[in-house]
Design a protein around this ligand. Structure first.
Ligand SMILES: Cc1cc2nc3c(=O)[nH]c(=O)nc-3n(C[C@H](O)[C@H](O)[C@H](O)COP(=O)(O)OP(=O)(O)OC[C@H]3O[C@@H](n4cnc5c(N)ncnc54)[C@H](O)[C@@H]3O)c2cc1C
Ligand code: SF4
Ligand code: SF4
Length: 1018
């Protein structure tokens, strides 16, 4: 490895390899000590990177107990970890990382009457709340990362939600913590009165803690900020309450509260008992529009007197970002009056519908009183409220997706100041940013004086110096206003240094005593909260001064990522000017900021392989980190490292991340590039080449279709060919047709309105889909041509988009195929015809990968005119040019499974739209991620099980539950095949392309009207 590459520090514990061997023997779960696994756990959502010694993914609490005992003996540090979404570096360190998020997520006891729940630390907030909702309850610490934050991690950080004004932080909602100390002592920390009969070790500990509390009583009163949003240091104020919202109703001591916010430095949390709240039945949202940021901030204090559940800020920059997004524009514009500089989202909740609405009236009256009449937009309905909350989140995401080395950095993002000073604080901090040549976008929790702001800094160059300078100046403001330096995100590596500044030397010594009482050997997450490193210790940065990028001769065009950004204006330099030796490939991988959003299980697509494995290696973040490390030389000088190959193995290239990752990490594209790089060095496996070259041999195979299809009929044959082809014998494969789609006599190439690009799959496996498309388009009055090779094309076979080549990293071959398509369609594009396709992964590659294949301006023009057939029909109907004669079908319902690429390009909803044109047909989308087939992925023997689990996650249960009077619709060839294959033994279901359903519903008796001339605009 090059001497300048970042070292993967590996400090073996006492006893050399022996503790690892013991660990391996003692645990049932997974123990990872390889460089790539450790690299994947070396980062969180902060700017830091520290290689752990190893990673334990325990199978259960017994594994943790055993591991902690071995670590205690070996003096090996321990770092507890949940979703790893911390922003301050509290989840990185040279320790054995114990990841509780995979297997320690059970609800242990739910007491609905007493409104408490006891959970294991790994349960994710959204999962918990989904269960609690059935009993009309919720756990109300609603962090933005609710889809990935674990309760153990939330307690570790004393997390705070948007509605903390109404419900408090974690510390206000934790009843008890069952903890294990580093020496193996187990105890239930809770209200002092319940902690009478403890073992001597615990009794002594509590006694010593009480003594510190009594001794430091005055110091606590002097130095602990009174703001509710204060999460730095240890909560020594359990002994002398300081928070404006007391931790306990009667001011009594609850020892669990000392563990809350301790960032894994005191004890391992085995289980937590939480106080629950009734789920609010009704909400109303008022949006107050302000002419200046100062006006908004000055209004926060009077607004909270109305007891809202949330007051959230959205500033001008975010408003504009939302407006720039077509999907969000109508939502944000509904909330605006004129051109405000800032808006405050003021939410009220109540058990009856009238109360929050009445509070909106009070809000309007108050605004009148403070000289701001007519500034309120009322959003009483739930759908509008949700849409606006989504915009607020998305605005932040767009901000985070800034390309170039300058990034919004979190280090003063959550300072909390009393509301009376909020306006001055914002003004003065903005001025500080300006002086340091940067800027920040303001958003979030105005109600509690915790405004989020991240100045844009380039941490590879002058960012560290600027960070310290800004932090010092910001801290002076916080001190002047008697606020808290850490009001939400904790201390970690970025702010532990500031603990002494905040709490004073004396209290900091007391914190050290507390640490030593719990953890005398100092093995629990060392270097956080006490005895910390400097925030600007660049050796701990993800991009330290020694960071390098390996040169890569890339096949795809990554130049859009290879840019520099101006921190003051956000302006980007021209594509390709960023100085990336990997031509933008490395910078694209570096877009992952580890926020963990891909660890989710909601209605979206991202990330199907994580959804079924729950492994860090199989989530977008794990893949991006592995690739980033490889490209930085962390594994050696060859970026095409087997560790990356392993991490990408279960990536189904669904493009879910392309759309749903806040920073737009596009792993599907990166997989193509990586496979290309790999194959350049290692060649192409026979099985991969076989599938990739399908368009070449399909014409011949179809001529002997009955023979080829025997594989599906004779199990012995399927088993014979399993090894050479890599295709699971348990699978059927699509059957070739003896009569593939062979052109169309009526096609009029010269003056066609629509040119149909027939993909290889439709042509050879399901030609009836092409016939259906022709019938529908013609019924709508369009002149249709079939896309044919350009005259003089030396290749005689039909056009193909090159998808199968791309899927296997054969970029040169894919480019050749794509070029044929671009050249053949250029004349049609030039005369304004629409280019329409049926298979989402094929057609959408014209709008996606074609643009990365260095094909020039013709490809860009083609991309602008390429539409899936439903998109075309919907567009035409919206323009009044498409009147399709349709009649009711025998079936009354249709369930639609969207292909992942349709979802990635926002083209899934339109399938539902066009099917709803059929009279009497009730059409509903299936909330599903990837079907698991994903091109050829699911056919592979090695993927069979994962593929089945992906399908079983939601798609197959929905299909099986559908009655026989329900049509199942799926536009993807592989999705249809997956459904057929896995319902074979349980009452076979055939899914149809939407165009077949439309064709079936065509009313042949209706008079045909030719379509009006088509617009030549895309
Ligand atoms: C985009 C973004 C938005 C965010 N929004 C919010 C927000 O609205 N509010 C907020 O408060 N935070 C927010 N955060 C920070 C973070 O998401 C939260 O603090 C979250 O609760 C952390 O949960 P986690 O499971 O990821 O914990 P981790 O990051 O894995 O761990 C957090 C801490 O808890 C400790 N810990 C974990 N498990 C245990 C255990 N079993 N025993 C002892 N200690 C343990 C860890 O050592 C670490 O110090 C945000 C972060 C991002 C990236
Ligand atoms: S891949 Fe995207 S969603 Fe996942 S952690 Fe990275 S930035 Fe977040
Ligand atoms: S392309 Fe799909 S499977 Fe691959 S990382 Fe992205 S979301 Fe996950």
């Amino acid at each position: 490895m090059d001497a300048t590459a970042q070292p993967l520090v590996f400090r073996p514990p006492r006893g050399g390899a022996e503790p690892w061997a013991r660990l391996r023997r003692a645990i049932v779960g997974e123990l990872h000590t390889d460089a790539a696994s450790r690299g994947r756990y070396a980062t969180d959502a902060s700017i830091y990177q520290v290689q752990p010694l190893g990673v334990l993914v325990p199978a259960g609490d017994d594994d943790v107990r055993a591991a902690m005992a071995i670590c205690a003996e070996a003096g090996m540090p321990i770092l507890p970890r949940g979703g790893g979404s911390s922003q301050c570096g509290q989840t990185v360190g040279a320790a054995l990382v114990i990841d509780h998020s995979k297997n320690l997520g059970r609800i242990l006891e739910l007491d609905v009457e007493r409104r408490t729940v006891t959970v294991e630390p790994g349960i994710v907030l959204d999962a918990l709340n989904a269960r609690l909702a059935k009993d009309g309850l919720w756990f109300p610490v609603d962090v933005s990362t609710s889809a990935q934050a674990t309760l153990g991690g939330m307690a570790g950080n004393n997390s705070c939600g948007s509605r903390s004004l109404a419900y408090g932080n974690m510390v206000h909602n934790v009843v008890a913590i069952e903890a294990r100390l580093a020496d193996g002592t187990e105890a239930r920390f809770g209200p002092e009165r319940d902690m009478r009969a403890e073992a001597p070790r615990v009794r002594d500990l509590l006694e010593a803690l009480r003594a510190i509390g009594a001794r430091e009583r005055d110091e606590i009163a002097r130095n602990v900020p009174k703001t509710m949003r204060r999460v730095g240091g240890y909560n020594a104020d359990v002994f002398n309450p300081q928070s404006e919202r007391p931790y306990t109703a009667d001011g009594s001591v609850n020892f669990a509260h000392l563990l809350v916010g301790s960032e894994g430095t005191l004890a391992w949390t085995r289980a937590l008992t939480l106080a629950l709240s009734p789920l609010p039945r009704h909400r109303a949202l008022g949006v107050v529009n302000f002419r200046s940021m100062r006006e908004a901030m000055s209004s926060a204090q009077p607004l909270v007197t109305l007891h809202p559940s949330a007051v959230e800020l959205v500033d001008r920059t975010m408003i504009e970002l939302a407006r720039a997004n077509p999907a969000f524009r109508p939502v944000i514009e509904r909330a605006l009056i004129g051109e405000p500089e800032a808006i405050l989202l003021v939410e009220f909740i109540g058990d009856d519908a009238a109360t929050p609405l009445r509070q909106l009236d009070d809000l309007a009256a108050l605004l009148g009183d403070i000289g701001l009449p007519d500034r309120l937009v009322r959003l009483p309905d739930a759908a509008a409220q949700k849409a606006l909350w989504d915009v607020r989140k998305a605005g932040l995401n767009i901000m985070m997706s800034l390309r170039g080395d300058g990034k919004p950095v979190s280090f003063i993002e959550d300072c909390a100041v009393p509301l009376a000073h909020l306006a001055d604080y914002v003004d003065r901090l903005t001025e500080i940013f300006r002086r340091h040549g940067t800027r920040g976008t303001w958003y979030a929790h105005a109600s509690v004086g915790t405004l989020h702001v991240r100045p844009i800094l380039d941490m590879r160059r002058d960012g560290a110096a600027k960070m310290r300078a800004i932090a010092e100046e910001a801290s002076a403001l916080v001190r002047e206003y008697k606020g808290a330096f850490s009001g939400e995100h904790g201390d970690g590596l970025v702010r532990s240094e500031w603990v002494a500044w905040q709490f004073g030397q004396r209290l900091t010594r007391a914190f050290e005593e507390i640490k030593d009482l719990f953890d005398p050997a100092g093995v629990m997450n060392p270097g956080k909260i006490v005895r910390a490193t400097r925030m600007d210790d660049a050796t701990l940065f993800r991009y330290p001064p020694t960071h390098r990028t390996l040169a890569v001769d890339t096949a795809l065009d990554w130049s859009a990522w290879d840019v520099r950004s101006d921190p003051a204006t956000g302006a980007l330099s021209s594509p390709g000017s960023g100085g990336d030796p990997a031509h933008g490939f490395a910078k694209a991988a570096e877009m992952c900021n580890n926020n963990g959003h891909c660890r989710k299980f909601d209605a979206g697509t991202m990330c199907p392989s994580y959804r079924v494995t729950r492994d860090e290696i199989h989530v977008t973040r794990g893949r991006a980190n592995t690739l980033r490390l490889a490209l930085s030389g962390a594994f050696g000088d060859d970026p095409a490292h087997p560790a990356v190959r392993e991490a990408l193995e279960l990536c189904v290239s669904c493009k879910g991340c392309r759309r749903e990752c806040p920073t737009g990490v596009d792993m599907a594209r990166m997989k193509i590039e990586f496979q290309y790089q790999w194959q350049r060095r290692h060649g192409v496996a026979f099985a991969d080449r076989l599938v990739a070259t399908l368009p070449r041999w399909a014409p011949y195979a179809s001529r002997v279709a009955p023979l080829v299809n025997l594989r599906n009929r004779i199990p012995m044959l399927a088993r014979w060919v399993e090894r050479p082809t890599g295709i699971a014998a348990a699978r059927t494969v699509p059957s070739f047709r003896l009569q593939p789609f062979a052109g169309d006599a009526q096609a009029q190439a010269a003056d066609a309105d629509v040119v149909l690009l027939v993909d290889t799959f439709s042509r050879y496996f399901e030609p009836e889909n092409v016939h259906a498309a022709l019938a529908v388009l013609r019924a709508a009055g369009y002149r249709v041509a079939i896309a044919m090779p350009q005259a003089g094309d030396p290749v005689s076979r039909p056009l193909c988009c090159g998808r199968t080549y791309l899927a296997h990293g054969l970029v040169d071959e894919a480019r050749r195929e794509a070029l044929r398509v671009v050249q053949a369609l250029a004349p049609h594009v030039a005369r304004g015809a629409a280019i329409v396709g049926l298979e989402p992964s094929c057609l959408l590659s014209l709008r996606d990968e074609f643009l990365a294949l260095h094909l020039g301006a013709d490809a860009e023009r083609l991309a602008a005119r390429a539409l899936l057939i439903e998109e075309f029909l919907a567009r035409e109907r919206a323009a009044g040019r498409c009147a399709l004669p349709l009649r009711a079908l025998a079936e009354r319902r249709a369930l639609v499974h969207g292909h992942c690429h349709q979802k990635a390009f926002d083209a899934a909803g339109v399938v539902v739209t066009v099917l709803r044109w059929i009279p009497g047909l009730d059409v509903a989308p299936i909330e599903s991620s990837c079907c698991g087939m994903a091109g050829a992925f699911g056919y592979a023997t090695s993927h069979f099980d994962v593929s089945r689990r992906m399908a079983e996650a939601s798609l197959l249960p929905a299909v099986r539950a559908a009655g026989r009077d329900t049509l199942v619709v799926a536009d993807g060839t592989s999705c249809r095949h997956q459904i057929a294959d896995f319902t074979r033994t349980t009452g076979s279901r055939e899914a149809l392309h939407a165009i077949r359903v439309l064709a079936r519903a065509l009313d042949e008796t209706a008079p045909r009207t030719p379509a009006p001339a088509q617009s030549t605009q895309a």
